[in-house]
Design a protein around this ligand. Sequence first.
Ligand SMILES: Nc1ncnc2c1ncn2[C@@H]1O[C@H](COP(=O)(O)OP(=O)(O)OP(=O)(O)O)[C@@H](O)[C@H]1O
Ligand SMILES: [Mg+2]
Length: 312
Amino acid sequence: MIRVEELTKNFGSRRAIDNLSFEARQGEILGFLGPNGAGKTTTMRILTGYMPPSSGTATIAGYDVVADSLNVRKRVGYLPETVPLYTDMTVFDYLKFMSDLRHLPNAEDAVAETLEQVGLIDRAEGYIGNLSKGMRQRVGLAQALLHKPEVLILDEPTIGLDPAQIIEVRNVIREVGQERTVLLSTHILSEAQQLCDRILIINKGKIVVEDTPENLQSRLTGAERVQLRVRGETADLVQKISQMKGIQTVQGISEGLLEFQFAPGNDLRPEVARLVIQSNSDLLEMRSINLSLEEIFLQLTRDEAELAGEGE
Ligand SMILES: Nc1ncnc2c1ncn2[C@@H]1O[C@H](COP(=O)(O)OP(=O)(O)OP(=O)(O)O)[C@@H](O)[C@H]1O
Ligand SMILES: [Mg+2]
């Protein structure tokens, strides 16, 4: 369980996070999204006890991250943006060393178990310096899991990995996230969509939106978008569709392809289909287009920026 209440962090006169409040429950993977400089890493550093907030509170498994940081560190596993790995140590020795730092009883068992979890058993005796980026990322994940923490905080866990490794690391996260609370930051919206139960988007230190991936997609579009493929010219059709009642926009995209929008709840597809046929055009295809999460994200963060700009 992670609970954040009115958390604010200032660096000098710069406000990195601004009055953030959110929660993540056990068994939940919460995606933390936002553009560069949004405040994701700052929030994570506060949650893991690496630095104090300027104001507000945060608890991990019920322990205050400032007042009870020792208890917090026992219960949280942290994969930082860049993991400080010792390249001249073997994977096993490094994890053993990290276990000893944490004063874990049965350190060797803990290491063996964790190696298994992240799929590194056959690399245990290899030097970290010789590992690929994806394998190093797994070592980072392993050190975060050694002490079986209730809460996992993963700062861009798949950054810089190739597609195959991304899938493998995601599988590990899904697996280890089942009974924990996971806060995961990413720039990849499809990743959040695949992995997360809920998504929190922040921009300039403020929460812009918080919802399930499914709801995010549908609730933010504000319009139904439909693409229409016909044989031949579209200019005439565009003209006719634009005159229909309830059509918000219509435009030709390329030869034979056009797109129109209407308000949700006022489905104009049948009328448009009739019109196409009455115009003696051949209707080849009609399909709804959902706004991609990327588009939603840009829309949200752009609107925010514009709002902020207006206030200045
Ligand atoms: N130690 C620091 N001292 C001064 N400013 C800082 C410090 N750490 C972060 N900041 C500032 O706080 C803001 C938030 O940074 P943060 O690293 O949390 O963003 P982020 O969302 O993790 O971005 P990215 O996606 O690039 O990793 C930025 O404006 C950054 O310059
Ligand atoms: Mg960051």
